[in-house]
Write a new protein. Structure first.
Ligand code: ADP
Ligand code: MG
Length: 730
């Protein structure tokens, strides 16, 4: 029996654990976070005030105050059973990193106490030499520092035998350059805050103290049984299946999306939610996604920095909890060929400290005008910087998704929906030198309709869609840290908010404010029209049309990343102090390098699978066929067995077909390995291009032949779990 088949029996024998009756969520939500509430309880009034001032106005706290907070945090953590603490940070690999230290401190020989100081809270010094720095950190200067991000609450991670206090931090080099994903996001929020407040001032909103971006990432994922996972080298090494014939039934019956959730999966979801709630992650929605065994979690939106931390935590939780259910959670963008991959729709909006959503049209012409000004800024931002948005989602996994007829294409465009389009069209056409109140009413601005998602969320194919009071950036990959896409969106929109504000100021000099603002908005609507597309983004006609409009359509990761090295883009990020030039160039190098490493791991894995599993299985089958044929021929000759001519030639044909397939697989695999060898002499940029153009097609080619073999080789000889098993056994 093939090991694959043994795995099947193990699944059937697995029993589900009984659940104890669940607790009321509100009774434990956030219990493992050092929340504002916990702080209020444990920190003196004056220190709390100082902390709040730090958060709102950036006035840094004193070391004494930091000591007090550290002490309170330690007491809180120890009272919950924590014995270790760690600075928790997000290096440029896209994962999170932690180095744990115990709270103990020696007081006398053989005696310890628990201790934690303000300086340890504020700053840490993990050895940075093993994290990618893209050349920022010279090898002789391995030092890297972590620094407390007080805007994101510390939290406790539990494992069965212990608890660890985790302190969210940024990660910087000795000279203060960002080596992480969090710091640029924080900086971009600062830029956005300044620009948005500036624009609001012009609209008479002088009461607003803070504007920030809000985010709600919809996390898609697959689950498969762990017994299968362990037998698939490709999933284990690369997160995706490099080979595997599609099962006859995929997603074509559309019977998975929003379907009944199977009990085993539901149990997993309950446990993830419980763990998430303890950490204050507000999970809201869960459902089956389009592909078989594909699912989604979506939280209630939060301030971007918190949302980004929470998403990282959630991904970790999902992987961890899945294992407890003997499942494996696959976060790769394209674990299975031929069915949908996974993305992370990034819902993004702007909010002020008064509780207003700036992408929500208001009740009055004035509010609506402000809404349209912000909307115009978004349109201009995407129009001018589609290349940066594309770069922000450029990674090897996402390359299988973008433009592959299921996810948003690699062409970035904006969808606004019928109502909003109609209004913008009217503004564009109807604008005069002077606009009266009546004109505004005629333009439909007296009261814009509420754009609820039912009327706007019909277009699932658009990469950047207005979905009622927020935009949804749908090109983000499921495994990605969302910080970079958010930082890019924040920055390009800050730039455009500044532009809109400047233009309105200029235009309104000595003139009526409302008509001036409207004229500026109309100008932007006209100028940025090419970025708007309401149709089907998957249609081939759109590719042609987009080309005519001059919109970039970049399929390759390395080409997309080149946007980070363009002069005007560097200038933009430097202007808003989100990335310095060295920081951007470093990211370019790191991400190109990661792309290459990913492809090299994939090719080497495929090579091993072909040689150690596929060819042996193929040869076994080949032998079976050959022996059988030889037997028939002999029987025909010696025992005068009557064999139909057609039957004999059919068997021969089948055998030579299998022989040929094995040959193709081996030949192409050798060529693939030669390619890898050849690439060794290339620089990283050239290598990435070579992999995209030469190596990937070769891997696809190998796959086609292997998959064809899978469909004929006897089940007995095929050890790799098949698509039908991984995707349909739940
Ligand atoms: P959809 O629009 O995709 O049908 P929902 O309206 O339920 O679905 O929202 C999807 C995600 O968008 C959720 O995570 C939600 O929290 C988030 N979201 C809603 N409003 C905002 C907002 N103002 N800013 C950021 N994210 C938001
Ligand atoms: Mg979805």
């Amino acid at each position: 029996m093939a090991v694959r088949q043994e795995a099947l029996f193990k699944i059937n024998g697995m029993s589900l654990e009984k659940i104890t009756s669940p607790k009321k969520v509100s009774s434990y939500f956030g219990e493992n976070t050092f929340s504002a509430e916990a702080m209020e309880r444990l920190v003196s009034k004056s220190t709390l005030e100082a902390f709040k001032l730090w958060m709102s106005e950036g006035k840094i706290i004193t070391l004494d105050e930091a000591n007090e907070i550290a002490n309170a945090m330690k007491d809180w953590a120890i009272s919950k059973g924590a014995t270790y603490y760690t600075h928790w940070f997000q290096p440029m690999t896209g994962l999170t990193a932690e180095k744990h230290d115990s709270f103990i401190s020696i007081t006398a020989p053989g005696k310890v106490i628990e201790k934690f100081s303000g300086s340890k809270l504020i700053q840490g010094e993990p050895d940075a030499s093993s994290f990618p720095s893209g050349g920022i950190r010279a090898t002789f200067e391995a030092r890297g520092y972590t620094a407390w991000d007080p805007s994101s609450p510390a939290f406790i991670i539990e494992s069965k035998l212990g608890k660890t206090l985790c302190i969210p931090t940024i990660f910087i080099s000795y000279h203060g350059e960002s080596l992480d994903k969090k710091l640029p996001l924080l900086r971009s929020d600062e830029a956005l805050n300044r620009a948005a407040k500036n624009l609001l001032q012009i609209f008479g909103r002088k009461d607003v103290k803070k504007v920030f971006s809000t985010c709600g990432p919809e996390q898609e994922y697959f689950l498969i049984d762990k017994n299968f996972y362990n037998l698939r080298q490709d999933l284990l090494m690369t997160g995706r299946t490099l080979i595997g014939a599609p099962s006859p039934k995929g997603q074509q019956l559309e019977d998975q999306y929003f379907g009944t959730i199977k009990e085993r999966v539901l149990n997993f979801m309950y446990e993830v939610a419980e763990e998430a709630y303890k950490l204050g992650i507000p999970l809201m929605t869960r459902h089956n996604e389009v592909a078989p065994h594909q699912y989604e979690f979506a939280p209630i939106f939060e301030e971007s920095n918190i949302a980004a931390d929470h998403n990282q935590l959630l991904m970790d939780l999902m992987k961890k909890v899945a294992l407890r259910h003997n499942l494996v959670c696959l976060l790769h963008e394209k674990p299975f060929a031929g069915i949908n991959g996974s993305g992370k729709h990034l819902n993004w909006s702007l909010a002020d400290d008064q509780g207003n959503n700036l992408l929500n049209p208001g009740q009055t012409p004035e509010d609506n005008l402000q809404f349209l000004a912000v909307l115009a800024a978004v349109l201009r931002a995407v129009y001018l910087h589609a290349d940066l948005l594309r770069a922000s989602v450029a990674l090897a996994g996402n390359e299988h998704r973008l433009g592959a007829n299921e996810a948003p294409p690699a062409i970035i465009s904006v969808f606004l929906g019928n109502q909003l389009t109609a209004i913008l069209d009217m503004i564009e056409k109807g604008i005069k030198k002077q606009v009266s109140k009546q004109d505004i009413i005629d333009l439909g601005l007296a009261r814009l309709p509420k754009f609820n998602k039912d009327t706007t969320d019909r277009n699932r194919t658009s990469p950047f869609a207005f979905t009622g009071a927020k935009f949804e950036f749908r090109a983000v990959g499921s495994s990605q840290n969302i910080s970079t896409p958010i930082a890019v969106i924040n920055t390009i929109i800050a730039d455009s908010l500044d532009y809109v504000a400047e233009q309105i100021k200029k235009e309104a000099k000595g003139k009526d404010f409302e008509s001036s603002a409207l004229r500026v908005i109309a100008g932007i609507i006209k100028e940025t029209k090419d970025i708007r597309f309401e149709g089907n983004n998957y249609a081939p006609e759109w590719i042609k049309e987009a080309k005519k409009r001059g919109l970039p359509n970049i399929a390759s990761t390395v080409e997309a990343l080149e946007a980070l090295t363009k002069k005007e883009n560097i200038a933009l990020f430097e202007k808003y102090k989100v990335f310095s030039k060295p920081e951007l160039i470093a990211r370019y190098h790191i991400w190109v390098h990661m792309y290459n490493l990913t492809l090299e791991i994939e090719a080497n894995t495929l090579n091993e699978m072909v040689n150690a599993s596929i060819i042996p299985a193929g040869c076994e089958y080949e032998k079976l066929l050959a022996e059988n044929l030889g037997m028939l021929v002999a029987l025909e000759k010696d025992a005068e067995l009557k064999v139909e001519k057609g039957a004999l030639s059919d068997q021969k044909e089948h055998l030579s077909d299998v022989v040929a397939k094995i040959y193709y697989v081996r030949r192409n695999t050798k060529e693939m390995m030669n390619s890898l060898d050849k690439a060794k002499d290339m620089g990283q940029d050239a290598r990435a291009k070579f992999y995209f153009e030469g190596l990937k097609p070769l891997m696809e080619h190998i796959r086609r032949h292997v998959d064809a073999l899978e469909c004929v080789v006897s089940d007995e000889h095929w050890d790799l779990p098949k698509y039908r098993e991984m995707l349909f056994i739940k």
